[in-house]
Write a protein that binds this ligand. Structure first.
Ligand SMILES: NC(=O)c1ccc[n+]([C@@H]2O[C@H](COP(=O)([O-])OP(=O)(O)OC[C@H]3O[C@@H](n4cnc5c(N)ncnc54)[C@H](O)[C@@H]3O)[C@@H](O)[C@H]2O)c1
Length: 350
């Protein structure tokens, strides 16, 4: 049986959704509901095996991953029964992983951090998936270095520039390891929906005059974004959304605020104003309600399998089509259609 041996950095809401998803699609072997790809170059979702994870919260460290993913302060709903996985959550170094706003929600484990690169080698990890909070730049870079040292491919879901950073890109290339990132693009998140709406209006002859997309969410990640990632996220999202049409117009896209009782829910507001036939005005004003963690699941399943495929093929350095398809800040931005086509061609090659 093929197997992809994965380590996760940060056992938060995204990790919880990913682990639940692997179990869901293992149990429902012919059920591709909610996935963009059932098969990626011969790999199925059930081929992913998370063998070890790293966190700093005492309610997660020392537990089996199946238990840790449901520990506070995670808020992803318990959608799937997860059996004991035999994958331990080990104590990583804290570095800048916990910001001022989130520090009251996280109870730091009092134990000593483990030697991360040694553990990655000990568990035979092939792919490291970085799911640290937004703004934990030092920690994200440090874990990328650990992956390099241990000979692992790297997926960066966070906004910290790693795969789009020339220095890191070169390091992965020199180490003959593939990498994909940065800042995961949700399956049906605000950015991709906003891009799709603008693209549709442009194709239908509408001249877009102005648009914004703002959202609020609960969960520690919303708090981390509010404190340390808001400007960066806003820049990345606005740049990504603006690339959907071939001209510039007043545009704002980004996370705005934290509403604790929303839990893992994210509410996104879209406002688009434009002109169509004979200059007649048109306005779109809609609200999208999603769950943050599950929104990352299908895309992570695609990327992890694609990066394993790249390893099988001996590819190294930043993966251009994979990153453009699955991330908001790829090393090279492609249009939605080019990125999708590039990804399909990538998995069909071989
Ligand atoms: N749909 C999505 O949720 C989505 C979409 C795009 C990008 N992302 C990115 O994915 C990342 C994870 O999001 P999340 O909602 O799971 O975040 P989260 O806050 O729920 O989880 C982060 C986890 O990292 C742990 N952590 C903090 N410092 C650490 C350290 N030094 N070492 C190990 N673990 C540490 C925390 O204890 C927590 O368990 C974020 O950077 C976010 O921007 C998520």
């Amino acid at each position: 049986m093929p197997e992809i041996r994965v380590a996760v950095i940060g056992v938060g809401n995204c990790c919880s959704a990913l682990v639940q998803g692997i179990e869901f699609y293992k149990e429902n072997r012919n059920e591709s509901l909610g996935l963009m790809h059932w098969d990626v170059g011969g790999y199925l979702p059930s081929d992913l095996r998370i063998v070890v994870a790293f966190d700093v919260d005492g309610r997660k460290v020392g537990k089996d991953l199946s238990e840790a993913i449901f520990a506070e302060p995670n808020t992803v709903p318990h959608l799937v029964e997860v059996p004991r996985l035999g994958a331990p959550v080990l104590r990583g170094p804290t570095l800048d992983g916990v910001g001022e706003y989130a520090k009251d929600l996280i109870k730091l484990d009092e134990g000593e951090p483990v030697d991360v690169s040694r553990e990655l080698r000990r568990y035979g990890v092939e792919v490291v998936v970085n799911l640290l909070p937004s703004g934990a730049d030092e920690a994200s870079r440090w874990y990328a270095e650990q992956a390099l040292e241990a000979g692992c491919a790297f997926v960066n879901a966070t906004p910290t520039p790693i795969v789009s950073d020339r220095k890191f890109g070169d390091l992965f290339r020199t180490a003959s390891l593939p990498a994909a990132g940065d800042d995961l693009m949700d399956q049906i998140g605000a950015t991709i929906l906003h891009m799709g709406l603008l693209r549709f209006l442009d194709e239908r002859g509408v001249r877009i005059d102005e648009s914004y997309q703002l959202d609020v969410g609960g969960g520690t990640e919303s708090l981390s974004t509010l404190e340390r990632g808001r400007d960066v996220k806003r820049r990345i999202k606005t740049e990504a959304v603006g690339s959907a049409v071939p001209y510039r117009f007043p545009l704002v896209a980004g996370s705005t605020d934290y509403v604790d009782f929303l839990g893992n829910q994210r509410d996104s507001l879209f406002w688009i104003k434009g002109r169509y036939f004979c200059g007649a005005p048109v306005t779109i004003d809609i609200r999208l309600e999603t769950m943050d963690g599950p929104n990352a699941g299908a895309v992570l399943l695609d990327v992890i399998r694609a990066i394993k495929l790249a390893m099988d093929r001996g590819l190294s350095g930043p993966l251009i089509p994979v990153s453009a398809y699955a991330f908001k800040r790829p090393p090279k931005r492609l249009s939605l259609e080019e990125a999708r086509r590039g990804f399909e061609e990538f998995i069909a090659e071989g």
